[in-house]
Design a protein. Structure first.
Length: 323
């Protein structure tokens, strides 16, 4: 891919986002827009990235993806700048905490930061013509969406719809996103569900994008040195994550942050035109080479469409944008 252009990375103030922004600059990208939740954090990250890379190509933009009004404001800032974005890396997100937390808009916080805000931002960028004709979009997925990671088991949407929502898949999907109705909140399940919905969202956006654009969900794999688990429950923070971090390398339970960020860039740099895939490690693996995930619950077109409809209802915007 031609790197003489503009890339945008959400959640770039630390961890995977910071490393991704650094690697983009080191690859020669002309401009890298970085987002953080506050102007101060975004600006500080920009200074640290210049110190790390020696390249003054970073543009800080504040956006709180948990707030619709702030996503609109940030999109307006980007529209005023008018940069054509060739690589959009939707990295921001968090691991669910032991207690249910919702935004002021009644959305479970993992879904808000990982998916709803990203949907709103991406659709607005598309509507404003700010994505290049051949733009590459990557959104952060997770191995947890596969359903073979201990303690992380995505919800069976059809079963939930049948037992709690009179068979209505869209209503069940909305219930999962809002963690209400017949949904019994469990942090590991909420995280796995959010990342399953991310994969479904990428599949649905892919069929709606202009011909030469692509979107794919990419799991960065297990990278225990990030602070993504700062809100996780005690079991995850003090047992599971240390186990990933200190396990022998041959077990493949953890990888450096640089390797995890490299997965995003691998897919961004893919010129094959493949779109709508969910890339992750091999089954039951947490690290290593990535491959397209071919599992029935990920490929289920009916569930994908229901999830898309629920996201649109909650986010308040569809794509293509209705006139």
């Amino acid at each position: 891919m031609n790197t003489s252009g503009t890339a945008l990375v959400t959640g770039a103030t630390s961890g995977l986002g910071f490393e991704t922004a650094a690697q983009l600059a080191e690859q020669g990208w002309t401009q890298v827009i970085i987002t953080g939740r506050t102007p101060e954090r975004a600006a500080l990250a920009g200074q640290e990235l210049v110190a790390r890379t020696g390249r003054e190509v970073f543009v800080p933009v504040a956006v709180d993806l948990n707030r619709t009004d702030d996503v609109k404001r940030a999109a307006g800032v980007l529209a005023d700048r008018g940069d054509q974005i060739s690589a959009l890396i939707l990295n921001a997100g968090m691991v669910s905490g032991s207690k249910l937390v919702k935004t002021d808009e009644d959305v479970e916080i993992t879904f808000a930061s990982s998916l709803i805000g990203h949907h709103q931002l991406t659709v607005q960028l598309l509507a404003d013509g700010l994505l290049a004709d051949d733009a590459r979009i990557v959104i952060a997925g997770s191995e947890a969406a596969r359903g073979d990671v201990p303690t992380f088991h995505p919800t069976d949407l059809a079963d939930l719809a049948a037992t709690g929502y009179d068979g209505d898949l869209v209503a069940a999907a909305e219930g999962i996103i809002r963690a209400d109705g017949s949904v019994n909140y469990k942090p590991a399940t909420a995280y796995a569900d959010a990342k399953m919905f991310v994969a479904w969202w990428a599949a649905q956006l892919a069929v709606r994008l202009p011909e030469d654009m692509t979107v794919n969900a990419v799991s960065p794999g297990s990278a225990p040195d990030t602070d993504a688990g700062r809100n996780a429950n005690l079991f995850m923070r003090y047992i599971m994550m240390p186990a990933f971090k200190y396990a022998p390398k041959r077990f493949g339970m953890g990888a450096p942050v640089s390797t995890a960020a490299g997965r995003y860039l691998q897919v961004i740099g893919d010129d094959s035109g493949v779109s709508g895939q969910f890339y992750a490690s091999a089954p039951k693996k947490m690290t290593g080479p990535i491959e397209a995930v071919d599992l029935d619950h990920i490929r289920d077109a009916e569930n994908q469409q229901a999830a898309w409809s629920a996201v649109v209802e909650i986010a308040g915007v569809d794509y293509p944008v209705s006139v």
